[in-house]
Ligand binder design. Structure first.
Ligand code: 13P
Ligand code: SF4
Length: 303
């Protein structure tokens, strides 16, 4: 902690000076999550918070699509990401051109995009969703068939929760696709009483081993309400680190997998970001107009 104290103080001072707010995803390391973040949450919560903040500057501690979403909702504010190389394998898996081809192949079928996509992809879609509202968003059209792109595994999970036929894409999260059902079974055998909770970006056979499936906020809430003796969070490593701080009676059993993109965001880079007002996120207005509609439709749904 002494090593981080000067960073924490300098960052918190600069936040006041610039009327800046730090929105941090649940996968940020504990120093960011617990010491400098103003708001922590999953993708949906961060988007909602971005829509309602009265700060002049938003520092997005997460990956690039999250910062873009904040910029879409705040075209007149300064939105910074401490390292703009922080990408996402799902966002990389599909282009706006791919979505246009899907529209042609499936005329009249609504296209829902996971928020883990570029603004250009969002601008070609009807509405966004996140892992915490995907089922409600898919059902909001009142039709029999919906495209839910680009995460094949999220789409498969949603298909188990609704009667709507779900068509998808072949994108995967490089972090969650690494978990296997075999490793979870081995942990269950070695750790009697173990509860397993998983993110819906995991493959179907992995989710079949889980006691609960939900977004990162959903997983945190599950631990808070169930207070398990032993839990394995099938997701990014920082989740267990962050939740463990407030759950001293719970043993957090690993494995976990690191997201190399989320891990690009560090305290020194946040400090540099606030000192030099960079990297600033911009979205071309022609793209932003349509992408914003897709995000706002999601935020305005009564879910
Ligand atoms: P959540 O919306 O559940 O926080 O998920 C975001 C993400 O990138 C998970 O890999
Ligand atoms: Fe993307 Fe997966 Fe990293 Fe989330 S954990 S940001 S889905 S690569």
């Amino acid at each position: 902690w002494p090593a981080i104290a000067p960073y924490v103080k300098a960052i918190n001072d600069l936040k006041k000076e610039h009327n800046a707010v730090i929105l941090a995803h649940n996968y940020m390391t504990p120093d960011i999550f617990h010491c400098v973040a103003d708001i922590v949450g999953d993708s949906l919560q961060l988007a909602k918070e971005a829509a309602s903040t009265d700060a002049d500057v938003i520092v997005q501690c997460g990956v690039h699509f999250m910062a873009e979403t904040s910029k879409l909702l705040n075209p007149d504010k300064t939105v910074l990401i401490p390292d703009q190389r922080a990408g996402c394998s799902l966002a990389e898996s599909i282009t706006a051109e791919d979505v246009r081809a899907l529209r042609e192949a499936y005329p009249g079928v609504p296209i829902v995009t996971y928020v883990n996509t570029s603004a250009a992809v969002k601008s070609e879609c009807d509405i966004c969703c996140t892992s915490s509202n995907a089922v409600q968003v898919v059902e909001s059209f009142g039709v029999d068939r919906v495209l839910l792109i680009p995460d094949e595994y999220l789409a498969k999970y949603v298909a188990t929760q609704t009667d709507v036929e779900i068509l998808s894409w072949k994108g995967h999260c490089e972090v969650h696709e690494r978990f296997t059902a075999d490793e979870l079974q081995a942990y269950r055998e070695a750790e009697p009483g173990l509860r397993i909770i998983a993110h819906p970006e995991c493959p179907p056979d992995v989710l079949a081993e889980a006691d609960f499936t939900g977004s990162t906020n959903g997983m945190i809430k599950w631990v808070e309400t169930h207070k398990p003796q032993k839990v394995l969070m099938v997701t990014e490593c920082s989740m267990s680190d962050n939740v463990a701080v407030d759950a001293p009676d719970t043993e957090f059993v690993r494995p976990c997998n690191l997201c190399p993109h989320m891990k690009r965001i560090t305290l020194p880079k946040i400090l540099e970001s606030l000192e030099n007002m960079r990297d600033e996120v911009h979205v071309e207005e022609a793209v932003a107009m349509k992408a914003r509609e897709a995000v706002e439709r999601m935020i305005n749904l009564p879910v």
